[in-house]
Design a protein around this ligand. Structure first.
Ligand code: NAP
Length: 487
């Protein structure tokens, strides 16, 4: 399941927020790479929309400057001929007639409206698209995260978008699901006879999911301070990864077959609320320290608000109350200003029931399957083998290493490359259905409420460390440790 090189039907892809960080850093480079692979039909148009007063030439020049370092100049110039710009304020009337006429000029095209703006604009944009009947025919809308900040606001957005676009036209993107490793998790689990018989509480000791960033909050402080790590990372990305690890085998890869199984996992998560949040969760907020060799300020200074109660780190112990997973903890952690940028899933198997080896052979270690999503995507299976050569029988713990880039000698496509073309194809398998988003908020809401009711401030941690010491205690209390490879 890599980004297939098959061409797709001609399409118009409109990026609301076309001058923004996500569009310029991720979406347009992804489209460029698909263009270079010959997947974008010549009549397709990519249309940037924002308030800035630009014309096509001005937008192309802006993109050229931004992309020239990562895209080959000759091909970039050809690609940019398929890129256009229309200035619009989502909240004002001006420009919409012209925009609608421009998009309407190619009615046979698939239309994708990618809302890469603040979610406060989603409803206005969808209402206008409806008013101009641009939601009809083969039209789809892509919603970026965050979809709301709680269940009520997510419902509000989903209800309003739902009045204009049907659920089958609505693609809620979580780019973690487009990552090669996540696709590979499906194939490892369901394409090999080896893993699935062991994939349960009888054989798996615990699962860890880490999403660590070295960056601080940077210029996204205003957004981040209203969100925090649980809303920004756990409610969406990390829960989606947990679902991919924990779901039952779907009967096929049909979109609803996969999403039905993910939903069952979300419904089976044990509640974390007032009664147990203090034992099962740790919140942190970074203070001044050293990141990537340089001194960096703490979160309150970066934000310019010493009273912020927002967590920039969270570690928690989740449990899934069903037959397959009863008693298997899922330790989840994410944070900003951690020592390395790494996202990974670690599945640790139970120890062998009895060791036949003498003490001087060395310690038997538990098998681990490590799925790394970034920076270098790949899978490692840690096994115990005999140290080669004479000198007695000594045990060695070694990884069967499958770094995708090295093994296949190809650059791995960015997740957005695959997902953007899946939208054009109308394949929602790797997108979140409305009920999944709601179920994730239903689980996250009581955690947030418990934190707020406790009135406790997040624990400080030094930038460049692995979070508050309580996060280490959270897992060590159970006689386990965070995976040291990532540290
Ligand atoms: P950004 O850099 O602030 O860009 C916002 C874009 O929206 C700009 O192009 C802006 O251009 C446009 N815009 C603002 N108000 C508008 C209006 N009234 N009408 C039309 N256009 C308007 O934000 P971003 O970082 O790209 O993020 C966009 C969305 O993606 C957010 O929801 C964010 O949470 C989500 N997201 C971002 C990232 C990321 O890596 N950046 C990752 C995941 C999700 P003008 O000011 O010229 O109008």
């Amino acid at each position: 399941m890599t980004a297939s090189s098959q061409s797709v039907e001609p399409f118009d892809l409109v990026i609301f927020g076309g001058t923004g960080d996500l569009a310029v850093r991720k979406l347009l480079p992804a489209l460029f790479h698909r263009f270079v692979d010959g997947q974008i039909p010549a009549s397709s148009r990519i249309v940037g929309v924002a308030r800035e007063a630009l014309d096509d030439a001005g937008y192309r020049a802006q993109l050229r400057e931004a992309l020239i370092g990562i895209c080959e100049a000759g091909k970039l110039d050809v690609f940019l001929q398929q890129v256009f710009y229309r200035p619009l304020d989502a909240r004002k009337d001006d420009g919409w007639d012209d925009f609608a006429a421009f998009i309407g000029a190619q009615p046979e095209h698939i239309r994708v409206f990618y809302l890469s703006t603040s979610p406060e604009l989603f409803v206005d944009i969808c209402n206008r698209l409806g008013q101009y009947k641009l939601n009809q025919g083969a039209s789809r809308v892509v919603l970026e995260k965050p979809i709301g900040r709680d269940l009520a606001s997510a419902n509000q957005i989903n209800d309003a978008v739902g009045k204009v676009f049907s659920e089958s036209q609505t693609f809620r993107i979580d780019h973690y699901l487009g990552k090669e490793t996540v696709q590979n998790l499906l194939v490892l689990r369901f394409g090999n006879a080896l893993f699935e018989p062991l994939w349960n509480s009888a054989h798996i000791d615990h699962v860890q999911i880490t999403v660590a960033e070295t960056l601080g909050v940077g210029h996204r402080g205003a957004y981040y301070d209203r969100a925090g790590a649980l809303r920004d990372m756990v409610q969406n990305h990390i829960l989606q990864l947990l679902c991919m690890v924990a779901m039952e085998p779907p009967s096929s890869l049909a979109p609803d077959a996969v999403r039905d199984e993910k939903l069952k996992v979300l419904h089976s998560l044990k509640a974390i609320d007032d009664s147990n949040a203090a034992q099962l969760t740790v919140r942190g907020q970074y203070r001044a320290g050293v990141a990537e060799g340089a001194s960096v300020p703490g979160y309150p200074d970066e934000l310019g608000n010493s009273k912020s109660n927002t967590e920039t780190f969270v570690a928690l112990k989740a449990e899934i109350a069903n037959w397959r997973w009863a008693g298997v903890p899922f330790y989840l952690r994410t944070g900003k200003r951690l020592p390395s940028r790494v996202s990974e899933i670690v599945v640790t198997f139970k120890p062998v029931p009895h060791s036949i080896f003498s003490a001087d052979a060395g310690q038997l270690a538990q098998n681990r399957l490590v799925l790394r999503l970034q920076p270098d995507e790949g899978v490692k299976l840690w096994l115990t083998i005999k140290h080669p050569g004479p000198g007695g029988l000594r045990l060695r713990h070694v990884p069967l290493d499958m770094s995708f880039a090295e093994a296949f000698g190809v650059q791995q496509p960015d997740a957005y490359e695959r997902l953007l073309l899946d939208v054009v194809r109308g394949n929602p398998t790797l997108f979140m259905r409305r009920d999944e988003v709601e179920a994730a908020w239903r689980w996250a809401g009581p955690v947030l409420a418990a934190w707020s009711a406790s009135g406790e401030a997040p624990r400080p941690y030094t930038a460049g460390s692995w979070g508050p010491s309580a996060a280490v205690a959270l897992i060590e209390r159970d006689g386990r440790t965070w995976n040291e490879d990532s540290e």
